[in-house]
Write a protein that binds this ligand. Structure first.
Ligand code: SF4
Length: 261
């Protein structure tokens, strides 16, 4: 039977079939990285951000304080994972500072959109509600055998599916495009409606959106079918190594090439 795939497993296979084998078939552990832990923390902050209930403070100050308090809370909750990383305490502190800037930037972006709606006549509560997305929604399609968690689904003024990224470069790469295409396909199959746009909110930069068209959906369907077909075997020899500069950061370098130089 075909294995349940996700945008991440499909992209792993496309990057290197051997890596897919180690991660999803042999189930070798992967080492947590600061980028992964920090990404999880930032996602949790943005997920909880919309549970805002302060009605006393000025909303600009209140929302910014709320976002930064959430960052403190989630950073503290992940302290054990952060301390287990290879980074020094000084390096971890620098990452925290950088994450604070990302959260401030994201909140400012949110405030701009909020105030735009308020200037158009909505109250704070109404404007906040229209900007509150569905969050971390699981889409699981048993027939396609694919599942994914969509970070934010905005359903006011058209449907927009968003993923948050902490990447340095604000660019929708082929990998991100495929992830978004899979989300759009999952959404279409569940709701019988094509989402209007999909995109990435780059937390260091801004939001990049793209229209959903047939090409995006068909490419996603094609890649899903290809990966199902190519991953039926559990024999390592069916999963060739795809050497690239990315090997230097791969968790399975030693399985492939022995001790690191
Ligand atoms: S080290 Fe390179 S070849 Fe080996 S699994 Fe990782 S990416 Fe693939």
């Amino acid at each position: 039977m075909a294995r349940m795939q996700s945008p991440s497993s499909i992209n792993t296979f496309k990057q290197c079939p051997r890596k897919y084998y180690y991660r999803y078939i042999a189930r070798l552990p992967s080492k947590p990285s600061i980028h992964l832990v920090r990404g999880t923390i930032a996602h949790s902050v943005l997920e909880d951000f919309f549970d805002y209930s302060d009605r006393q403070s000025d909303f600009r100050t209140g929302l910014l304080r709320h976002a930064l308090q959430l960052l403190e809370k989630h950073w503290a909750e992940n302290e054990k994972e952060l301390l287990a990383l290879d980074e020094t305490p000084q390096e971890i502190a620098a990452y925290k500072e950088e994450t604070q800037l990302m959260i401030i930037r994201w909140t400012q972006h949110f405030l701009e959109r909020l105030e735009l709606r308020m200037r158009a006549g909505l109250s704070f509560q109404e404007a906040f509600k229209t900007l509150t997305p569905k969050r971390e929604e699981e889409y699981r399609d048993e027939e396609l055998n694919v599942r994914g968690y969509i970070d934010a689904i905005q359903e006011h003024d058209g449907v927009v599916l968003l993923d948050y990224k902490t990447s340095k470069k604000p660019e929708i790469t082929a990998e991100y495009r495929l992830q978004l295409g899979i989300y759009a396909l999952l959404y279409l199959r569940r709701h019988n409606k094509v989402p209007d746009r999909v995109g990435i909110h780059f937390l260091r930069h801004d939001e990049l959106l793209m229209e959903v068209n047939d090409e995006l959906l068909l490419d996603a369907q094609f890649e899903i079918e290809q990966v199902h077909m190519m991953t039926r075997s559990v024999d390592i020899s069916d999963y060739p190594k795809q050497e690239s500069p990315l090997c230097n950061w791969c968790d399975y370098y030693e399985e492939c090439f022995g001790k690191r130089p």
